[in-house]
Design a protein around this ligand. Sequence first.
Ligand SMILES: C[S@@+](CC[C@H](N)C(=O)[O-])C[C@H]1O[C@@H](n2cnc3c(N)ncnc32)[C@H](O)[C@@H]1O
Length: 208
Amino acid sequence: MLEQLGRKFARFTTNQVLRRPGAWRFLRGLMRLQFERLAPVWDTMRNPDSFSPLEAALASIETSPGRALDVGTGTGAAAFILAQRFPEAEVVGVDLAGGMIAEARGKTPPELADRVRFQEADAERLPFTDGSFELVTLSNTIPFFDELARVLAPGGTAVFSFSAGPETPIYVPPERLRKELSRRGFTDFAEFAAGRGTALVARKPRTE
Ligand SMILES: C[S@@+](CC[C@H](N)C(=O)[O-])C[C@H]1O[C@@H](n2cnc3c(N)ncnc32)[C@H](O)[C@@H]1O
């Protein structure tokens, strides 16, 4: 019952924020509360194929990023996938919920500890300078397109993945992603389907 309500709230918030990003200021508190509550059990709620679409999208990236950011990292699973796929990369995972960040830190494998770090931050206002990352990933997370484009380096890659495709509570259809990203100059779109989910890759232009 509570889980159903939570899924509905996540879907509602996603749609509101996509329509009017300013709505986030009213919804942020409840969203954080929801994920603080879920942090200790989050990993038990995922399926084994939850990150198949992300992995399929990452396999298409030929150049290893120097720095990669995972936004809405939750317990850090996608950040660990990034670090394993790109052994040269430094990886940062950010999340709104401190409980998620604590879980992610506790789950960091010792062999990744010198390259992966986690910090509490809001995707709407990221604490990084312009162009800080060559790769930014979002798995099952609401995108704030302007902020994402700001922290991505020219020529950098953005990856959006949704574990259960349109059934994912936080879901943005590929047409919407393409439209928002095209408006900001992104190109080279590619779509992927794997497991039960979907992903989209896009590239930020080299020069503005
Ligand atoms: C559906 S969970 C996905 C977690 C993880 N990416 C995964 O796929 O398992 C969404 C996560 O995004 C975080 N989140 C929601 N809004 C955010 C925001 N504006 N900035 C940063 N994190 C946010 C939540 O706290 C939660 O951990």
